[in-house]
Design a protein around this ligand. Structure first.
Ligand code: FAD
Length: 385
């Protein structure tokens, strides 16, 4: 029986690091302080005041990110590896608009692959919005007619992404494509499915992400499972609940269309767990990367693996939590020999702010896992006296 009431990773932390984490989680849980922190993050984007940067770096950034460049992630990676926990390297680069930024992102992805190979890391993360303009991705998503220049650009994007995936595969690194906003997600799905058909014949090198807070995703999952069986390729599925809830709802209200997100959390939970069941039932054709901090869903997957006689360390299934969150789950799973890969974001502080705001939201007053996080840190500090 897995016990999530221990957090062995805390033993590696100094008392002052523990106190810093405790204060941060306490601040996030306090509604007023949470608003102040979110405000400071947004303010920093506007005024870039150095002292503000220092505060962010020493607090939220330190908790949720591995470093400002790839080489600074070494300490976190070594720490995880000493506990046999794998890493998924994720360069945070959001809301990019010009070609130079896209080229830099592509360069960074190649560097990530070389670094991952050197450090024996299995996964790198790709965001399609790091390679192409959001407005353009939205246009493709809406099936709008593309002019000649745009058609050439789409071809270029597809070939750039393919080049990265093939380069990763040749170096035995797997690529995880993040899911993003619903208004660009069809474009992402089409690009990644095409890659899976090509790269996932023998084994699984490319994974796409499915957000179960969307009410249409179970049907989508069933469709692609059928397609993978008919066309004989492996499906790589990263399963998550979804991180853009507020943004999705606000846009649907503003533009007056039906919101693609479930109305309640329990509907999201139900679909997430049903998706796990469906995937395990079809595991012959699927590789699963389960991204959640939810204990109930994690236990469900553990139980189903046992029931279906899937070995704990089967390469077909990875569990994953975000860096700085739910280490109690990651370490407990690893203790029982399950595969765990911590998602490790890194990159310049300014560019990581949208990511940090999403993490603050998830750890705010309503979250169960951050309550647990707090209790465990508190218990560890007390035990040091
Ligand atoms: C390894 C990893 C990779 C990730 N990659 C992505 C990604 O590519 N794209 C992405 O969008 N997110 C991604 N996420 C974030 C993820 O989608 C969730 O935001 C986050 O993990 C919290 O969900 P949970 O399952 O961990 O926990 P829980 O706390 O159980 O669930 C919180 C989630 O439930 C949903 N929810 C909350 N309230 C409601 C409501 N009222 N109605 C409907 N649904 C509700 C939301 O999705 C919310 O994030 C990733 C997370 C992990 C761990």
């Amino acid at each position: 029986m897995i016990d999530f009431y221990e957090n062995k990773s805390l033993k590696n932390k100094s008392k002052s690091e523990l106190i810093q984490s405790l204060l941060l989680f306490k601040m996030i849980k306090n509604k007023t302080l949470f608003k102040v922190m979110s405000f400071l993050l947004i303010l920093f984007i506007k005024i870039r005041f150095p002292f503000l940067k220092y505060i962010i770096k020493k607090t939220v950034y330190k908790q949720f990110c591995g470093g400002e460049n790839i080489y600074q992630t070494k300490k976190s990676i070594n720490n995880l590896q000493s506990n046999k926990i794998n890493t998924s390297l994720d360069f945070v680069s959001e809301n990019k608009k010009n070609i130079k930024d896209f080229q830099n992102y592509l360069k960074e992805l190649k560097l990530m692959i070389q670094f991952a190979k050197q450090k024996k890391i299995d996964f790198i993360v790709i965001k399609i919005s790091g390679i192409a303009n959001n407005k353009f991705l939205e246009k493709i998503n809406n099936n709008e007619i593309l002019n000649k220049k745009e058609t050439i650009r789409l071809k270029q994007i597809k070939s750039q992404v393919k080049e990265i995936c093939v380069y990763a595969k040749n170096n035995e690194i797997k690529t995880l494509f993040d899911a993003e906003e619903s208004w660009i997600q069809n474009t992402i799905d089409e690009i990644v499915m095409e890659l899976m058909r090509e790269c996932n014949i023998k084994g699984c090198w490319v994974y796409n992400t499915i957000q179960m807070y969307r009410w249409d995703r179970l049907a989508y999952l069933k469709n692609i499972i059928n397609e993978s069986k008919e066309k004989n390729f492996m499906l790589g599925i990263k399963l998550v609940r979804g991180a853009y809830l507020e943004k999705e709802r606000n846009r649907a209200i503003k533009k007056q269309y039906e919101c693609p997100i479930h109305k309640t959390k329990s509907e999201t939970d139900r679909d997430f767990d049903t998706a796990i069941e469906l995937i395990i039932k079809n595991i012959k054709n699927i590789y699963l990367f389960c991204g959640t901090h939810n204990e109930k869903s994690t236990k469900l997957l553990v139980d189903l693996m046992l029931k279906n006689k899937i070995q704990n360390n089967s390469k077909k299934i990875f569990f994953s939590q975000l860096y700085g969150m739910s280490d109690n789950i990651s370490y407990a799973l690893k203790e029982d020999n399950f595969n765990v890969a911590k998602y490790l974001p890194y990159g310049p502080i300014i560019e990581s702010i949208p990511y940090l705001i999403r993490r603050l939201n998830e750890n705010s007053s309503v979250s169960e896992h951050s309550k647990k996080e707090l209790q465990l840190i508190y218990k560890e500090i007390k035990s040091r006296k």
